[in-house]
Ligand binder design. Structure first.
Ligand SMILES: Nc1nc2c(ncn2[C@@H]2O[C@H](COP(=O)(O)OP(=O)(O)OP(=O)(O)O)[C@@H](O)[C@H]2O)c(=O)[nH]1
Length: 343
C-alpha cells in the first residue's frame, strides 16, 4: 500500500532573509503623498486579498493617520474560490474594519468596479463639493493600484488606460496628477483619482511575512532566491491540495524534485540537459500569480489571528533608521554564512 503523503505543518524560515525593501522612490513618494493630503478628500488604500494582514503597511497609518479611508482588498480572484470559507473570511475582515467601509475587488470584474464607483459617487454627493472629489490610491508595491485606476476610468468615463501596469513592483515611480473616473454634473466637477507609487514597509517583522510579500510580488523577484520562494509556495499548495501540481509530480515536499519535473516537462533545461531550477521556480511562482496552482490566501484569517496582529503592531513600529540598521546587520550576517540552498 502506498504511504500517505503528509504535508509540512510549518515552513522553516531563515532569520538571515532580507526584511527590508524600502527604496528611494518609496520614501520620496510617501513625502509627496503627505504634501498632497490637504487637497485629498478620501484615500483608497489597496491591500492584497491573499495577504490581508501582512499587506497592511504601518507607514500608511503613521503618515496618513486621521484621513478617511476606503480599504480595498485587491486581487480577490487570486485568493478566493467564492466558496463558503471565502465568504466567511471576508466577513471576518469586514468585522475587523467595522464601522469603516471596505471592498474586495478583481480589477476585471465589472461588478466590483461598479461598487467602488458607487461608493465614490455617494461620497461625493454627501460632500456636496463644487470643485469635485479628489481621491488618492495608496498601497504596497504591485498590489494593483494602477490597474484599479484604469478599470475605474474605463468603466466610469469610458476612457482608455491612464497608468502603466506590470507584473513586477515599481512600475509607478511618481505621484501622478489626478485622472477623472466619474463625470461631473452641473453642480460639481466630477471625481478624480491620483495614482501613487507603491510603498513598502521600512522593516518586515518576521521572515515568513517577507516570503509572503515576495510571493505576492511586492518585492522584486531578485530579492529572495527563487527556489526558496517556490518551496514556500509548495508548502502552501500542499496544505491546500498536492493535486494542484499532479500533471508534473506526485505529492512531494521536495521542491528540487518538483522543479526538476517542471523543467523536464516545460523544456526549461540548461546546456547538457540539466534542469534550469531557478527558471522553473520563477515559472511556477508566476503561474501562481496568474491564478494557476490554486487560489488561496497565505495569511491565517481568524478572529484570534487578527487580535494577535493588532497586539504585535501596537508593540512595534520601528523607524526608518532602525529598519536600515537592522537590515544592514542582517546583510552582514548573510555575507558571513554559506549560500542559502533549499531542498
Ligand atoms: N488577477 C488579478 N491581477 C491583478 C489585479 N489587479 C492587478 N493585477 C495584476 O497585478 C500586477 C500589478 O498591478 P499594478 O496595477 O501595476 O500594481 P501597482 O500597485 O500599481 O504597482 P506599483 O507600480 O508597484 O505601485 C499586474 O500584473 C496586474 O495585471 C486583480 O484584481 N486580479
Amino acid at each position: 500500500m502506498a504511504s500517505q503523503f503528509i504535508p509540512r505543518a510549518v515552513f522553516p524560515t531563515l532569520d538571515s532573509l532580507p526584511r527590508s525593501y524600502f527604496l528611494g522612490h518609496h520614501k520620496s513618494g510617501l513625502s509627496k503623498m503627505k504634501t498632497l493630503l490637504s487637497s485629498i478628500d478620501l484615500i483608497i488604500e489597496c491591500r492584497d486579498y491573499r495577504v490581508p494582514l501582512t499587506s497592511r503597511n504601518p507607514l500608511f497609518e503613521a503618515s496618513l493617520a486621521g484621513r478617511e479611508r476606503l480599504i480595498i482588498y485587491t486581487k480577490r480572484d487570486l485568493g478566493s474560490n467564492q466558496k463558503k470559507a471565502d465568504l466567511q473570511r471576508e466577513q471576518i475582515i469586514r468585522q475587523w474594519h467595522a464601522p469603516s467601509n471596505i471592498l474586495f475587488s478583481d480589477h476585471k470584474d465589472r461588478r466590483d468596479i461598479r461598487r467602488v464607483l458607487q461608493f465614490a459617487r455617494e461620497y461625493a454627493a454627501n460632500l456636496m463639493s463644487l470643485t469635485g472629489l479628489r481621491l488618492m490610491v495608496v498601497g504596497m508595491p504591485n498590489v494593483g493600484k494602477s490597474s484599479l485606476l484604469n478599470a475605474l476610468r474605463s468603466q466610469g468615463v469610458g476612457k482608455g488606460k491612464a497608468a502603466f501596469t506590470g507584473a513586477q513592483p515599481g512600475v509607478t515611480r511618481k505621484v501622478a496628477t489626478g485622472v477623472k473616473i466619474i463625470e461631473g454634473t452641473d453642480e460639481s466637477e466630477g471625481v478624480y483619482l491620483v495614482d501613487t507609487p507603491g510603498v513598502f514597509m521600512p522593516y518586515v517583522p518576521d521572515a515568513e511575512a517577507m516570503l509572503k510579500l515576495a510571493l505576492c510580488g511586492s518585492v522584486k523577484d531578485t530579492i529572495i532566491p527563487p527556489t526558496m520562494l517556490a518551496d514556500y509556495l509548495l508548502y502552501h499548495i500542499n496544505l491546500v491540495s498536492p493535486d494542484l501540481y499532479a500533471e508534473y509530480h506526485t505529492p512531494t515536499n521536495d521542491i528540487v524534485a518538483l522543479l526538476g519535473a517542471v523543467a523536464e516537462q516545460t523544456g526549461r533545461l540548461q546546456k547538457g540537459g540539466t534542469p534550469d531550477v531557478d527558471a522553473s521556480a520563477l515559472w511556477i511562482i508566476q503561474r501562481w500569480r496568474t491564478g494557476h496552482f490554486g487560489r488561496f490566501v497565505l495569511d491565517e484569517v481568524t478572529e484570534d489571528a487578527l487580535e494577535r496582529k493588532k497586539h504585535e503592531e501596537s508593540s512595534m513600529v520601528p523607524s526608518f533608521h532602525q529598519a536600515k540598521k537592522a537590515d544592514k546587520e542582517a546583510k552582514r550576517a548573510r555575507s558571513k554564512r554559506p549560500n542559502i540552498t533549499t531542498g
